[in-house]
Ligand binder design. Structure first.
Ligand SMILES: NC(=O)C1=CN([C@@H]2O[C@H](COP(=O)(O)OP(=O)(O)OC[C@H]3O[C@@H](n4cnc5c(N)ncnc54)[C@H](O)[C@@H]3O)[C@@H](O)[C@H]2O)C=CC1
Ligand SMILES: NCC(=O)COP(=O)(O)O
Length: 347
């Protein structure tokens, strides 16, 4: 099935990692990809990368949905114009996915601050995807397959791009129920896990120490877990696990080292950095971000625009390559991207 790949912010490392990642595919396989970006950006990037002897695909081999650049772009010097370009790339890819031209989209990183500078009031690509597809019930899920053991670290964030101070207000039993539904559907339909084991992190140090270090666990999280377990008798739901120890077993499963700490099929983290610190420590170049709950597949590298290294030729394409491979895998494991009862409501 065809995939669209966006170039992300033109002043970031997007074009570089796309050209490097696609060099891993034989020329005859490139026909399945449509690049939503700027052809001149690909050509410039190809020019300076190939001069340095880097393995990159020639842009002439690529099908490009061309968005002519609206201003000169210098790697590492983003602006509201580059923010606007990255938004346009994404919109074209989403439109293609909605009409079925492609089965999924793989997005290179954008800068949220520059979207705001360009007048687009979204806190990330995930939120644009949710809005364009008519529903807000999506999940930000990170997947990383260990190169050593092939164990898959699967982490869903209950809350995403909000200030830390607002996390306790956003976390509610209803929100967690919604996220758990998405996660269970994903594990069953896309990962083939009929009876998954899911760990839910606590919010406070030591999961609140029986209310002495924070009351969220005793006031509603533990009662919610009891109800969730009754609602999903085929799923083992463990928690709230003190967040400082929850990922020890994951690290051992990732490296293949023996441990008495359990590992789980999936982790539900309550806020952005709680989930992403372990993901990026273990799997920075292997993990990918996927939006679940959409009627099509969307994956992205786990990293950002890396403006600090743009134009230097040192950007690592592995996370983007993993995002492409995961998109290919997920389009074949899910019949229509996601089961209708969770994703098609409102679309
Ligand atoms: N999917 C997306 O669109 C994402 C976008 N972002 C955005 O990216 C911007 C920059 O975010 P930061 O927190 O600075 O994170 P970042 O991931 O861009 O950079 C963090 C560090 O990792 C390095 N790095 C990142 N990707 C790399 C790669 N492929 N190869 C080698 N080194 C790499 C960077 O040079 C930097 O030192 C922000 O505006 C953020 O919102 C961040 C994460 C995901
Ligand atoms: N840290 C994850 C992240 O920033 C993902 O952003 P986006 O894919 O929603 O743009």
């Amino acid at each position: 099935m065809a995939l669209a790949i966006t170039l992300g912010d033109p002043a970031g490392i997007g074009a570089e990692i796309v050209l490097k990642a696609l060099a891993h595919f034989p020329p005859e396989a490139l026909g399945q990809f449509f690049i939503s970006g700027s052809r001149s950006l690909l050509e410039d990037t190809y020019g300076w990368l190939s001069q340095r002897g880097q393995a990159v695909v020639h842009p002439a081999l690529l099908q490009v949905w061309d968005h002519p650049l609206i201003s000169n772009v210098r790697p590492g010097y983003p602006s509201s114009a580059t923010g606007a370009m990255s938004f346009a790339y994404l919109e074209t890819a989403i439109a293609a996915a909605k009409t079925g031209t492609v089965a999924g989209i793989v997005t290179a990183p954008i800068s949220k601050a520059l979207w705001h500078a360009a007048g687009y009031d979204y806190s990330g690509q995930t939120e644009v995807l949710a809005c364009h597809t008519g529903g807000s019930e999506v999940g930000m899920l990170f997947l990383g397959r260990s190169p050593q053991t092939h164990w898959v670290l699967t982490t869903l964030l209950a809350t995403t791009h909000i200030p830390l101070s607002q996390v306790p207000h956003h976390l509610t039993p209803a929100l967690l129920t919604q996220k758990l539904e998405l996660l269970v559907s994903f594990l069953q339909h896309h990962r083939g896990l009929a009876q998954p084991r899911i760990a839910v992190a606590g919010l406070n140090p030591h999961s609140g120490e029986q209310g002495h270090l924070g009351r969220e666990e005793v006031d509603w999280l533990i009662p919610w877990l009891t109800r969730a377990q009754q609602q999903y008798p085929h799923v083992e739901i463990v928690g709230p696990v003190p967040p400082d120890t929850l990922w020890i077993g994951a690290a051992h499963a990732w490296w293949g080292t023996p441990s008495q700490h359990p590992s789980y099929d999936a982790y539900l983290a309550l806020y952005h950095d709680q989930g992403l610190i372990p993901v990026k420590m273990l799997a920075f170049h292997d993990a990918v971000n996927t939006t679940i709950g959409l009627p099509f597949i969307r994956t992205s590298p786990d990293h950002g625009t890396a403006f600090d290294i743009a134009g230097q030729g040192i950007a690592d394409p592995r996370s983007l390559l993993a995002a492409i491979h995961w998109a290919q895998e997920l389009t074949t494991t899910g019949k229509i991207g996601f089961p209708a009862h969770t994703c098609l409501r409102g679309v």
